[in-house]
Design a protein around this ligand. Structure first.
Ligand code: GLA
Length: 388
């Protein structure tokens, strides 16, 4: 990982070359989810941690009301007046920045015109929330450069709205929330209904290792929105017998068992995953807190199996990567992480075993799938902040 000061100065220098003035610089992290997948939009529980990989935004206010943004990685440019209500969707990175600026304005946080240079270190399409990192970094940068204060909780909600309305992914709150609230060496247990949260220390003897299958995932994809619709249909049907249920979060495993076979098979499987996953997250939080690492590992594995068989969002590469990991010594837990259909696995590995884990999993995966995976050892990191 490059030194933060060096990286910051590089980005500031790049901004100065393009826009001719010194910027402020901000960054927001990607995330890895330890457990609690596809539960956030069901008002349930999640347990993500921010990773030490970031979206960076260098910014300076402008005298006019334009938003001008360029990227260090992509050729497309954003140039639009903040009052323009007709800008069409472009299906590239500029939609995220434009969406956040527009949603901030709609929420009463009007910002001034600004020039932005953006760099993204979070791998794209890997299920590590490069998009939430970009939204949160851009939103925080726009607000700070306009001298506006906002509560981080509100910022997360506004960035989620931007993704829902301007990108078309009906995502939940998890990714934007952790990009705002990440903390060094801590995972975060979040109740996605009340938005109450607590930080859970990660045991110092464990490393969080992320294995990227390099199968590209796309959250805006049809499948994600379809899963969400299936969960909503489950709620609608279950309310016939459980009228107080507002979301799958309200259904206990016992209640679900009583009615599951009255639901269409696919809907039943989707609900089975969400109901059981919520219970697993609650138990995982206490296992982590009380140092019951074997139990935590079992819960992570059960989560993977449920995502594979009931929610059906895994793929052969993710399953293969998890199996390879679980065959290594020193591995506490392994599962797919994020929306699925490709992307990464998250592995909790004892520090002393990380080097072996890395080389054996890399070789094994390459042999099985003909692709060299990317393997990152990450540390839980702080949420959005200013670096210059
Ligand atoms: C994506 C979404 C999140 C969440 C996960 C699955 O990352 O952006 O809101 O639903 O998938 O847990």
């Amino acid at each position: 990982m490059q030194d933060v000061k060096v990286r910051t100065q590089e980005i500031a220098a790049g901004f100065e070359r393009t826009f001719g003035e010194r910027p402020s610089v901000f960054r927001a992290p990607g995330r890895v989810n330890l457990i609690g997948e596809h539960t956030d939009y069901n008002d349930g529980f999640v347990m993500p941690a921010a990773i030490d990989s970031y979206a960076w935004v260098a910014i300076a206010p402008r005298k006019d009301s334009k938003l001008v943004a360029i990227s260090g990685e992509f050729p497309e440019k954003l140039e639009a007046d903040l009052h323009d209500t007709t800008r069409p969707r472009t299906d590239n990175w500029t939609d995220y920045v434009w969406g956040v600026a527009t949603c901030l304005n709609h929420a009463g946080f009007s910002t001034t015109g600004a020039s932005l240079l953006i760099h993204g270190d979070v791998p794209i399409g890997a299920g590590l929330s490069s998009s939430a990192a970009l939204e949160v970094a851009a939103g925080f940068a726009l607000l700070t450069s306009s001298d506006r204060q906002i509560d981080l909780l509100q910022l997360a909600a506004i960035c989620q709205r931007a993704e829902n309305e301007y990108v078309g992914a009906r995502c939940g709150i998890m990714d934007q929330f952790i990009a705002c609230h990440g903390r060094t060496d801590r995972a975060l247990m979040l109740d996605c209904r009340s938005l109450e949260y607590k930080y859970l220390p990660l045991p110092p003897e464990l490393s969080v290792v992320i294995c990227n299958t390099r199968v590209k995932h796309r959250v805006a994809g049809r499948e994600y929105n379809q899963r969400r619709a299936e969960c909503e249909e489950g709620v609608r049907l279950l309310r016939q017998w459980l009228p107080n249920v507002r979301a799958l979060r309200d259904v206990t495993p016992q209640q679900f068992r009583a009615y599951s076979d009255r639901l269409p098979p696919t809907i039943s499987k989707r609900c089975q995953h969400v109901v059981s996953e919520n219970a697993r997250v609650v138990e995982a939080a206490s296992a982590l807190t009380s140092g019951k690492l074997a139990r935590l590992g079992d819960l992570m594995h059960a989560s993977h199996v449920s995502l594979r068989d009931d929610f059906e969002v895994s793929c052969p590469e993710l399953d293969g990567m998890v199996e390879l990991a679980l065959a290594q010594s020193g591995v506490v837990g392994a599962r797919m992480t994020g929306g699925g259909f490709g992307g990464c696995t998250v592995n909790l590995v004892r520090n002393a075993h990380v080097a072996d884990f890395r080389s054996v999993v890399e070789t094994g995966y390459e042999k099985q799938f003909g692709v060299t995976p990317d393997i990152y050892v990450t540390s839980a990191s702080a949420g959005v902040h200013q670096v210059l």
